[in-house]
Design a protein around this ligand. Structure first.
Ligand code: SF4
Ligand code: SF4
Length: 193
């Protein structure tokens, strides 16, 4: 790199030109659209999350859920294949003996540390009984105040399956956005006290 390149002044100037061009282009177009002109030329629109959000595609790998049998018990047989396949080593399972002699084992505890999870889907691929899925159409929750807030438990995974079955594909995202709004309001209340 030459001395001039190492100063990065050229790149900084180039970045500013691109940013200012986009800013003024969009501002001008939105102003013209407001008075009914140039509507055929599209301007960038920011999705006003969380008041608006885009639906994730059907193949999006979202938060995990444990699938359920007809009696609402988990399909998982605590075989540890998902935990073994997990490259981030973030699945914790404690196996217990099932009271039903037909079922060998079930998870007393099934937890995923979502701060370590890389959402690769290897656990879903490894499961021989379709007991874990990531088809929840919701991203991992990204707001917490300590590590424990990011560890998802068996009851969370079960609840997700029930919510999806009862209220459809948008239900988990709607609940998450409501949670964010509530938590945000609480944080602002604390600031104002
Ligand atoms: S998605 Fe990947 S990293 Fe996350 S729990 Fe499953 S296997 Fe582990
Ligand atoms: S989720 Fe599937 S792979 Fe993981 S322990 Fe349960 S049955 Fe085994």
């Amino acid at each position: 790199m030459t001395f001039f390149e190492r100063l990065y002044l050229g790149e900084i100037a180039r970045g500013l030109v691109v940013t200012m061009y986009r800013f003024w282009r969009n501002l001008t177009l939105h102003a013209l659209h407001a008075v009914g002109l140039f509507k055929q030329v599209s301007a960038a629109v920011t999705t006003q999350y969380p008041d608006e959000y885009k639906q994730y595609p059907d193949n999006y790998r979202g938060s995990h859920r444990l699938t359920l049998k007809e009696d609402n018990s988990v399909r998982c047989t605590a075989c540890f294949l998902c935990a073994t396949a997990c490259p981030a080593n973030c699945i914790f399972i404690e196996a217990g003996e099932h009271p039903d002699p037909e079922v060998e084992k079930f998870p007393l505890r099934y937890e995923i540390d979502t701060l370590r999870c890389i959402y690769c889907g290897m656990c879903v691929e490894a499961c021989p009984c379709d007991a874990i899925r990531m088809d929840t159409y919701v991203h991992p929750k990204i707001w917490g105040f300590n590590r424990a807030d990011f560890i998802e438990t068996k009851s969370v995974f079960i609840e997700r399956s029930k919510t999806l079955a009862e209220r459809g594909r948008n239900a988990l995202m709607e609940d998450m956005i409501e949670d964010y709004k509530k938590e945000e309001a609480e944080v602002w209340d604390r600031f104002e006290e």
